[in-house]
Design a binder for this molecule. Structure first.
Ligand code: NAD
Length: 403
């Protein structure tokens, strides 16, 4: 594992397993390097000491971190792996899959050496692989905790997809395991790295539209696919729309006000019980914040909605869409259209995490953020179970906020 260093001028990084050693830097294209590794012909390249080569041996000088994706489903396949072809501070070094056919396909497509391919059983051997610095858990929700904890125990930094787990207890276990191992922990909350969301946070911080009084947040899509998919199976998903899209609406309410909520009350609606046998279909919830601001959120697997609206004492702003892969879009009461160049959110997110590990830059989406959201998810389910009763929430100010 590469340990963080705060000195931005230095790129010498230290692996806790062995002593640091300085080597000469000669750039090499990542794909070429991976292909050489796959052919077993990279010895010379290692000696010529490309940043990537550093990752393979016992030397610790790195400019790019090696990431291993665990779970090669649609998010890894269509978002994360392509984004990792463009990242500047990390690259796709390895994979962990339970499907043997995927091993060859991914190795060929991305030039991943055989030694960097694992399955769920031999995954713990990743501890011996210096090419892998970060394990990114992209499995069904109920498997996040197991693999995040195993990754930390193997001496790797961890990125965990949302939701962090399926209970607050699981989030605590992940955070503890990372702390014990000295591992950095980040959530796959890609929006914190993209410019529209950063602009929202800046508006709130600068009070550009006065004191925030109201946030409306929606994150939903209509599910019509295979009724046996894991997202509709509570054992694997931990819950339905709330666990899946709901966390985006919770997040919008929080960065839209700049505060953690002090209470929530919630309602559940069901119109297709034959399809949603095991998981929640639609949930709405209302939050109160310490400043007196209130927020209303909706999440659903039955309808499409994707927006946030923020009203302050001197105006409003909105994003629509607010939480898809972008480009997002926004406008304000001043008649402005928000326009930022589009880049892969996943690329920005993974580079931000790598810079956190490499150079001690702020963690934009720390593990505590995932835990905070799970505490809110549990409070929402508790409110629904009690017929919409208002549940108090007691966070330290700023708990779970990223840098
Ligand atoms: P997916 O169904 O496409 O892929 C799941 C992967 O897990 C597959 O490779 C599957 O083989 C593997 N798997 C292992 N054990 C399994 C089991 N028992 N049942 C089902 N699959 C099993 O899912 P996905 O869309 O890639 O989502 C994976 C994770 O990523 C989820 O936690 C999800 O919330 C998260 N996600 C995040 C975003 C985001 O924008 N941050 C977007 C999509 C998904």
């Amino acid at each position: 594992m590469v340990k963080p260093k705060n000195d931005h001028c230095s790129r010498i990084l230290f692996n806790f397993k062995s002593k640091p050693k300085s080597i000469a830097m000669k750039p090499i294209d990542r794909r070429t390097f991976n292909q050489m590794m796959a052919k077993g012909s990279a010895g010379a390249a290692i000696l010529s000491a490309a940043p990537f080569a550093c990752a393979m041996g016992s030397t610790q000088e790195k400019q790019k971190l090696g990431i291993a994706l665990v779970g090669l489903g649609s998010y890894s396949t269509y978002q994360l792996a392509p984004a990792l072809q463009d990242t500047q501070h990390c690259y796709l070094a390895g994979i962990v899959t339970g499907t043997p056919e995927k091993e060859k396909a991914w190795a060929t497509k991305y030039g991943i050496p055989k030694g960097n391919i694992y399955n769920y059983d031999n995954f713990d051997n990743i501890a011996d692989n210096d090419a892998i610095d970060v394990v990114y858990v992209v499995l069904p929700n109920s498997m996040h905790a197991e693999f995040a904890i195993r990754a930390a125990k193997a001496g790797k930094h961890v990125i965990c997809e949302k939701p962090m787990g399926i209970s607050v207890a699981e989030c605590d276990a992940i955070i503890d395991a990372c702390k014990k191992a000295g591992a950095k922990l980040g959530m796959g909350y890609r929006l914190h790295s993209e410019p529209y969301t950063q602009q929202v946070k800046q508006f709130v911080k600068d009070k550009t539209f006065g004191d925030i009084q109201y946030v409306g947040a929606e994150a939903a899509y209509r599910s019509t696919g295979n009724p046996d998919q894991w997202r509709l199976n509570k054992k694997l998903s931990g819950g339905g729309a709330l666990m899946n899209m709901g966390v985006y609406a919770i997040q919008s309410a929080i960065y839209g006000t700049g505060e953690n909520p002090i209470s929530v009350s919630a309602q559940e609606f069901s119109t297709r019980p034959d399809y949603f046998k095991d998981t929640d279909e639609t949930i709405m919830a209302q939050f109160e914040f310490p400043s007196g601001a209130v927020a209303n959120m909706s999440t659903s697997h039955n309808f499409n909605a994707n927006s946030m609206y923020v009203s302050g004492t001197s105006g409003w702003f909105q994003l629509q869409p607010a939480n898809n892969y972008g480009p997002l879009s926004g406008k304000t009461s001043k008649g402005e259209e928000l326009k930022f160049p589009h880049e892969s959110q996943q690329k920005l997110q993974m580079d931000d995490f790598a810079k956190h590990v490499l150079y001690g830059e702020p963690n934009k989406a720390p593990g505590e953020m995932g835990k905070r959201d799970m505490m809110i998810v549990e409070a929402i389910y508790a409110s629904i179970a009690k017929g919409g009763q208002t549940m108090g929430l007691d966070f330290e100010p700023g708990f779970g906020f990223g840098g």
